[in-house]
Design a protein around this ligand. Structure first.
Ligand SMILES: NC(=O)c1ccc[n+]([C@@H]2O[C@H](COP(=O)([O-])OP(=O)(O)OC[C@H]3O[C@@H](n4cnc5c(N)ncnc54)[C@H](OP(=O)(O)O)[C@@H]3O)[C@@H](O)[C@H]2O)c1
Length: 334
């Protein structure tokens, strides 16, 4: 037995989650059985989709069970092994986050190269959010060089890679983000041609200024007023890539009352869920890992310290907060 800590869902949030909805629990993690490994988690991922898992209704992801440990992406190191293919010391990525220790089948973990990239990168630019950006642009958005692209939540885990991939593919890319700091970062560090602050005045009017020729591809992470602005500014035959609608996860998002324009502008609006595209993982990894090695992609991980701060980190992620790139929690200290 190993002493560990994990987060449980105690009740289902209504609207914005609050501390009373969850609890951090001390527990004993059993030793691994045959074919299993014990992983000491180093970094936990907090992701917007986890808010959906707190609801009762089943969507594409099963709901978290009340009174049971929550879970999600994590990277860590194998500290006990009864699977010879995954020896002690191996760094691995897996799906039992929101906890300090995890026992899993050896075949349920994926070894990662801790020399090639820092461990948090396997939860961000080289992990699920990275694949999401890649699939959204190349498979869903049918991105082509010379197009004008808008990426919302432009400095987050998905958006920061989507914006850079679109620029490297020869597109003119503008972003939107919350606050001056994030917008400055988007332009100066991530190479967006412009970035508008969605908290500062009319989104559509600000976008009109930086998109004088309209837009051909919108990578939507937000929904609500952002989607409305995209429909308004879309050129005929534009693609709207529906990756996420975070504005609607905790409250009613502003209405999108101009969808009739989809017809006249002959828009393609398509949602997707990254887990349906797992077979693109090798292609994505080869592409993005090469760009990282060549220093052509910038990425950042914002690291919050301590398993006890996981839920606050999750709330910050949902609210916008100040994080850049991928938000992770360092649980090596407990
Ligand atoms: N389809 C899929 O398979 C898939 C997979 C992964 C993620 N996603 C989606 O992709 C999106 C981004 O996820 P991520 O992990 O990269 O998170 P993230 O962008 O790192 O963090 C979420 C960001 O959303 C922005 N935001 C929150 N509420 C907003 C609002 N009302 N209006 C405008 N912006 C708001 C905030 O950025 P600002 O501070 O800049 O406002 C916040 O930092 C989410 O919608 C997520 O659900 C989809």
């Amino acid at each position: 037995m190993t002493t560990s800590r994990h987060w449980e869902l105690r009740r289902r949030p209504r609207g914005w989650p609050v501390h009373e909805d969850v609890a951090l629990v001390d527990a004993e993690t059993p030793s691994p059985g045959p074919g299993e490994v014990l992983v000491r988690n180093h970094y936990l991922s907090v992701d917007p989709y986890m808010r959906g898992r707190m609801n009762e209704a089943r969507s594409y992801a099963a709901p978290y069970e009340l009174g049971r440990p929550m879970y999600g992406g994590a990277v860590g190191q194998v500290v006990e092994s009864r699977d010879e293919k995954v020896p002690v010391g191996t760094f691995v990525q897996h799906g039992l986050g929101w906890r300090t220790h995890a026992v899993l089948r050896g075949r349920a973990v994926v070894a990662v190269d801790a020399e090639a990239a820092p461990l948090p990168a396997y939860l961000g630019v080289l992990g699920m959010p990275g694949l999401t950006a890649w699939v959204g642009l190349y498979e869903i958005g049918a991105m082509r060089p010379g197009q004008t692209v808008w990426v919302s939540a432009a400095t987050g885990a998905v958006g920061s890679l989507a914006g850079q991939l679109a620029r490297l593919a020869g597109c003119r890319v503008v972003g939107s983000a919350g606050g001056e700091d994030k917008c400055r970062y988007a332009v100066e560090e991530l190479g967006y041609a412009a970035c508008v602050d969605h908290r500062a005045g009319s989104l559509t009017e600000q976008l009109r200024e930086v998109l004088p020729d309209g837009l051909d591809l919108y990578f939507d992470n937000v929904g609500g007023d952002h989607l409305r602005a995209a429909v308004e500014l879309a050129n005929p035959f534009a693609h709207l890539v529906e990756c996420g609608m975070i504005a609607a996860y905790n409250e009613k998002a502003p209405p999108v009352d101009n969808l009739f324009q989809i017809v006249g502008k002959k828009l393609t609006v398509r949602g997707f869920i990254v887990s349906d595209w797992a077979d693109r993982q090798p292609l994505f990894h080869a592409h993005v890992a090469a760009l990282l090695r060549e220093g052509r992609i910038r990425y950042e991980s914002t690291v919050v310290e301590g398993v006890e701060r996981t839920f606050d980190a999750f709330l910050d992620l949902l609210r916008g907060g100040t994080h850049r790139g991928k938000l992770v929690v360092d649980v090596r200290g407990g």
